[in-house]
Design a protein around this ligand. Sequence first.
Ligand SMILES: [Cu+2]
Length: 332
Amino acid sequence: MNTATKLSGFALGLAVVFGATYGVGRVADPVAPPVEAPHDATGGHGNDGEAGHGGDNGTAAHLPGGLLVSDRGYTLHPLGAPAGQFAFQVTGPDGRAVTAYDVAHDKRMHLIVARRDLSGFRHVHPEMQPDGTWRVDSPLAGPGVWRAFADFTPTGGEALTLGVDVTVPGALTGRPLPAPATSTTVDGYTVTLAGAPQPGRTAELTLTVSRDGAPVTDLEPYLGAYGHLVALRQGDLAYLHVHPNGEPGDGRTRPGPEVSFSAEVPSAGAYRLYLDFKHGGVVRTAEFTVVAGSPTVPGTPAATGAPAASTPAATSSPTADASHGVPGHGHD
Ligand SMILES: [Cu+2]
């Protein structure tokens, strides 16, 4: 396992996670060996250990993804858009809108949004216009301060995740982070979590999907995997995108009920995990709060106990319903 390359790839986007199935971590250890990449199907997407290595070249390679609006010459610009739309551009080192992107996980652009309080997670795929403007039906499901993450690889460049805050005006509702839990439900599916992330080292996280008490053994590939896991750190929404251990068609990975991930978080603290999985032609998101590094963290629900009614993923709250479980709600 290889912390440095994992996180350099991670901080740069998906470079490492895609080929090597892990990717959350930190860039810290320049002597780590290259990540084994047994099934890098993307080509040009597995620059493990090269990109941003060491963070000593004026870049932010030592940071988790998503914390910067501008990195390595690329800048994320939200644009004005008609009601109900979300639009943005990415400008490159030459100051112009980038129009050439590599495909990663079947898409040239992955847009992930969540409110600053970690509610309202959505993962959607905008369409690009010839001028480099990306548009999508707005995933911002209501008032609040949202973090929008653009996860992409500019052609000829390194994978990047840039983040920007976008405010949707309106009456704000306080949503405490749901308490840590190892089981959650979404749309009639129960998802359980085994394993706990550990700061600074890799931990296996296994998510098991069932419905009506029966294991789901026919998960469908979604963007080249049986599950996509995003973790956001409470406090700054550091963005960690992890991919499963194994992929559809590799001869060893079964389509459920378990999807396992190798994940490493960069620090102790509370994280919200969002598992996208596809079944019956519908992509759903199961959400968990986890605490890495210590059983309780001051100020988190782990210490204070969050009211159950505020748990979006574990109840049928409006947030969960509005964002998830609706056929074609934007995961493609
Ligand atoms: Cu995506």
